[in-house]
Design a protein around this ligand. Structure first.
Ligand code: GDP
Ligand code: ZN
Length: 294
């Protein structure tokens, strides 16, 4: 018996990365009977059928920690959301959408600002301040000049990390720092993400170092947060959490109501920019709902 992680699943075969290498496995019949589909990211037990051909049978799926929705991947520990300090400039609206998507799926989000070598005025520092205040881990790096890249690597250790962010920000360059074989193995992460927008594609884990994998996450390139009800949005801004339930009105939307605990803290614990984004998203979600009712 060997334990390992499913890194790829195609046409009924599961590729399981173990201490002894990667085995091509078929799942036992009991999974189909129990209507359980093994997922990429699942930690599993296999038995070897033929060592020379590296084939095996997938016997057990160990309990899942969580499941990312798009693409379906089990046990994702975190998503790293990459933006560039400049070229292209940080799109904070998009960043906040990614963060909301991560919160919705209960996946821990880490923000990475790349290309700080180009940001002579250190404009990126403003974002460090905002997102740290909101409670996020945010790291500023330069993939090109190897600034803070050792610290960045540590974030990936022992984890399954999903990659998100627009194209051109340096995701492939970062993947290349983590493991130079990655781009050679797979083309590049961002091109794969581009493709993922248009086709249903099989998710695949790419090993960067021992017990550490990355997965591209096309789900995070779709900006639609419209599946959320406007009333739920407050739950996806972690810095609001200490104040929820404390407002005078039950069901307070934290917009125009008097005696609102959230509004009281805008500008200090709650960064103004983040609150403004809450208003934008709230409005958007209300409109989606109105359109649907028509
Ligand atoms: P992706 O589309 O997100 O995968 O971005 P790439 O990794 O392909 O990078 C886009 C461009 O930015 C390439 O020309 C890279 O050489 C460049 N680039 C990536 N990281 C850095 C960096 O830290 N500093 C600078 N100056 N350029 C970078
Ligand atoms: Zn309120």
């Amino acid at each position: 018996m060997l334990k390992g992680t499913i890194v790829k699943g195609i046409g009924g075969f599961y590729y399981v990365d173990t201490e002894g290498g990667i085995y091509e496995c078929r799942a036992r019949g009991k999974f189909r009977k129990e209507k359980i589909t093994p997922l990429v990211g699942d930690y599993v037990e296999i038995s070897v059928i033929d060592e020379s051909k590296k084939t095996g049978s997938l016997d057990e799926i160990l309990p899942r920690k969580n499941m990312m929705i798009r693409p379906k991947v089990a046990n994702v520990d975190q998503v790293i959301i990459v933006f560039a300090a400049v070229i292209p400039d940080i799109n904070a609206d998009l960043l906040d959408r990614f963060l909301v998507l991560a919160e919705m799926q209960s996946i821990n989000a880490v923000i990475c600002i790349n290309k700080i070598d180009l940001d002579k005025d250190e404009k990126y520092k403003k974002y460090i301040e905002i997102y740290e205040r909101a409670g996020y881990r945010i790291i500023a790096v330069s993939a090109l000049e190897s600034i803070n890249t050792e610290e960045l690597k540590k974030i990936f250790e022992g984890k399954i990390t999903a990659f998100a962010g627009p194209s051109g920000v340096g995701k492939s360059s970062i993947a290349n720092i983590l493991n130079p074989d990655i781009n050679a193995q797979t083309g590049d992460v961002s091109r794969k993400i581009e493709r993922g927008k248009h086709t249903t594609r099989h998710a695949e884990l790419m090993q960067i170092f021992e017990n550490s994998y990355i997965v591209d996450s096309p789900g995070f390139t779709s900006l639609s947060i419209e599946d959320i009800l406007s009333e739920e949005l407050e739950n996806y801004f972690p810095e609001f959490k200490p104040y929820l339930g404390g407002c005078y009105f039950t069901g307070c939307s934290h917009i125009k109501e008097p005696d609102c605990r959230v509004k009281e803290h805008v500008g200090d614990e709650i960064p103004q920019e983040r609150y403004d984004r809450y208003l934008t998203f709230y409005d958007e979600l209300k409109n989606v709902y109105r359109e649907r009712k028509k």
